[in-house]
Write a protein that binds this ligand. Structure first.
Ligand SMILES: Nc1ncnc2c1ncn2[C@@H]1O[C@H](COP(=O)(O)OP(=O)(O)OP(=O)(O)O)[C@@H](O)[C@H]1O
Ligand SMILES: [Mg+2]
Length: 312
């Protein structure tokens, strides 16, 4: 295995009874990069994180994290990683600061270093004011931030974040994004994060893997996935929107109307010219015309609409 792969799964299979939650998943995440793992509810994202973090043993295939095998070298894997689960795990009877100090002590830091490290994390997650209150009294978003801070205690080489920003307000979400960017840029940390927010994947992820029914149905950079969709949208503001829609649908275009604007998905640039010609021939004037690239949302929806496993 090349040593710069910090997460490497080959053909990982995991079943619960008769249900196959992971059906041969392969992924490779180089050091210092962020992999965004997308997929519908029940696609297998949390199960994959559980296998990679040694919470669950795989039934088949192999996986290593930071160069250690998740089955044979579980202890080494655990000492290389930080994990923020989908649901909060902080000890509600301890204060925010005590939670952090406790984990740092468990990881072997001296009392003094643990306190200093906890103070730094409280600062970077905006928890200084609440630090000495019991975590059980924190709001949902504050608990989430504390969870994230806990996962970074000990400066792990690989961090797994399962829907880290669900329930966070916009300010905290942006703060988390900046933290992830700083970790990868300054400390070379490798991050695997799951998210349902396409904007988050677009901003943070160097590469994206889409899971569906336990299989990888697409992987690549956000740009590659968008280009792979091969579909752009022409938006026009015609003098007569009703006539424009009628002419275009009569000629086989799929047409969407929104107030005075008409949206027409096209698969090739020359189709833009066809749209313009059809409308000119029908004496429809155009006040505006724009061509937009697909969003990651479009990619996701196109993949989610596919039946099992047909895309790869
Ligand atoms: N411990 C378990 N026992 C039985 N079935 C399970 C268990 N954990 C997960 N599953 C099943 O495995 C499938 C994948 O679940 P998983 O939690 O990995 O999905 P997910 O992609 O994380 O979904 P979500 O977006 O809702 O978090 C689901 O069908 C789920 O019901
Ligand atoms: Mg999940």
């Amino acid at each position: 295995m090349p040593t710069d792969l910090m997460i490497h799964a080959e053909d990982v299979v995991k079943s619960f009874g008769t249900h196959t939650a992971l059906d041969g998943v392969t992924l490779r995440v180089p050091r210092g990069t962020v992999l965004g793992l997308l997929g519908h509810n029940g696609a297998g994202k949390t199960t994959l994180i559980n296998v990679l973090t040694t919470v669950l043993p795989p039934d088949g295939g192999t996986a290593s994290v930071a160069g250690f095998d998740v089955v044979a070298e579980g202890a080494q894997v655990r000492s290389s990683i930080g994990l923020t689960g989908q649901y909060t795990l902080v000890d509600e009877d301890l204060t925010g600061r005590q939670n952090l100090v406790m984990i740092a002590r468990l990881l072997g830091l001296s009392s003094r270093d643990a306190r200093r490290h906890a103070a730094e994390l409280l600062e970077s997650f905006g928890l200084v004011d609440a630090a000495d209150r019991k975590a059980g009294k924190f709001s949902g978003g504050m608990k989430r931030r504390l969870d994230l801070a806990v996962s970074l205690v000990g400066r792990p080489h690989v961090v797994f974040l399962d829907e880290p920003t669900t329930g966070l307000d916009p300010t905290s979400r942006i703060a988390l994004w900046e933290t992830v960017e700083r970790l990868t840029r300054e400390e070379g940390t490798t991050v695997l994060l799951t998210t349902q927010y396409m904007e988050e994947a677009d901003r943070l992820a160097d590469a994206i893997t889409v899971l569906s029914h336990g299989r990888v149905v697409a992987s690549g950079t956000a740009g590659e996935l968008k280009a792979g969709l091969g579909r752009r949208t022409v938006t026009i503001t015609p003098s007569d929107p009703a006539l424009a829609s009628e002419v275009l649908s009569r000629n086989g275009f799929e047409v969407g109307r929104e107030l005075d604007a008409v949206h027409v998905p096209v698969s090739a640039t020359r189709e833009v010219a066809v749209v313009v010609r059809l409308l000119t021939d029908a004496d429809v004037d155009l006040a505006a015309l724009t061509v937009t690239e697909p969003s990651l949302d479009d990619v996701y929806l196109a993949l989610a609409a596919q039946p099992r496993g047909v895309l790869q």
